[in-house]
Design a protein around this ligand. Structure first.
Ligand code: ADP
Length: 265
């Protein structure tokens, strides 16, 4: 059975006339599907051999008694690179799940305000002796209808990025609030900021600003692509604003329909 995919574009004119353009996008849709399947299959297939490699490397490093000093450094570097590949594969798999799986089935009320202290703790651990200041401000306890694991991953990505891309001692402010238009989670830092030419491309897969490519932050370039997809699946959006030299704000906007009112509990 073959499906035909059509794209409609309707333009309304002042005099009441309409122009309807219909485009057959079946080929485009099928190609996109092939790309998604390919990425999902390759990441899945690479996972097992990599797990074996990482396992053996760990055993070898543990058993290293210093009798072959030449191998100590290469082994540790091999382990680091293999672990980096693992996080890439995990991010790729997460992205392909976000592109294929249906969200509605497992949606539950999620208390973002209760999730934030844990994320803050992990972010402080990531900061270590770089001593970031992370403040939380929650002005609502209303649960959000969504997928807990995905929301957690999106918010963590933003807070971890703020830690990764700002210098020692920087301040990060995380706020969770609502108004009549919906709910918003924002992560603001006072780091180096991002120049306007990079902003539109930040959520593309593998897009990294050159300075971070060369640094040792160990990112995959998939983090913000994941955040964007999570937001799309929750009918929300990710907004990024930044002033070079002053800092950046990443805001997740959720529509009001996603909030669960007290009386519904
Ligand atoms: P990754 O962190 O794996 O490189 P992301 O998709 O999460 O990938 O981020 C893409 C790029 O955006 C990063 O490489 C970094 O250059 C830039 N970036 C993200 N967050 C910030 C931030 N808070 N301040 C400055 N630059 C940032």
């Amino acid at each position: 059975r073959t499906t035909t995919w059509l794209q409609y574009n309707i333009t309304r004119y002042g005099n009441g006339e309409r122009l309807i353009l219909v485009r057959d996008v079946t080929r485009l849709h099928n190609l996109e599907q092939m790309r998604k399947d390919f990425v999902a299959n390759v990441s899945h297939e690479l996972r097992t051999p990599l797990t074996v490699l990482v396992g053996y490397l760990e055993t070898m490093i543990d058993a290293d008694d210093g009798s072959h000093p030449r191998w100590t450094r290469p082994l540790v570097q091999m382990q680091q690179q293999a672990q980096r590949m693992q996080s890439l594969l995990n991010d790729l798999l997460m992205l392909s799940r976000l592109e294929t799986a249906n969200v509605r089935a497992d949606e539950k009320p999620v208390r973002i305000d209760l999730m934030l202290p844990g994320i803050r703790k992990d972010a402080l651990a990531l900061s270590g002796d770089r001593q970031h200041q992370i403040t939380l401000e929650c002005s609502t306890q209303a649960p959000l209808r969504g997928l807990e694991t995905e929301l957690r991953s999106a918010i963590s990505n933003l807070v971890y990025n703020a830690v990764k891309y700002t210098p020692e001692g920087s301040s990060i402010h995380v706020s969770w609030s609502r108004d009549e238009t919906g709910a918003r989670l924002s992560v603001t830092d006072n780091g180096p900021g991002i120049t306007a030419d990079h902003l539109p491309r930040l959520t593309e897969r593998f897009y990294r600003i050159d300075s971070s490519r060369n640094s040792s932050t160990g990112g995959t370039g998939l983090g913000l692509a994941i955040v964007k997809h999570v937001m799309m699946r929750h009918q929300g959006e990710l907004k990024i604003t930044s002033t070079p030299g002053k800092g950046s704000t990443f805001t997740c906007l959720f529509p009001a329909e996603r909030l669960i009112e007290e009386s519904e509990d």
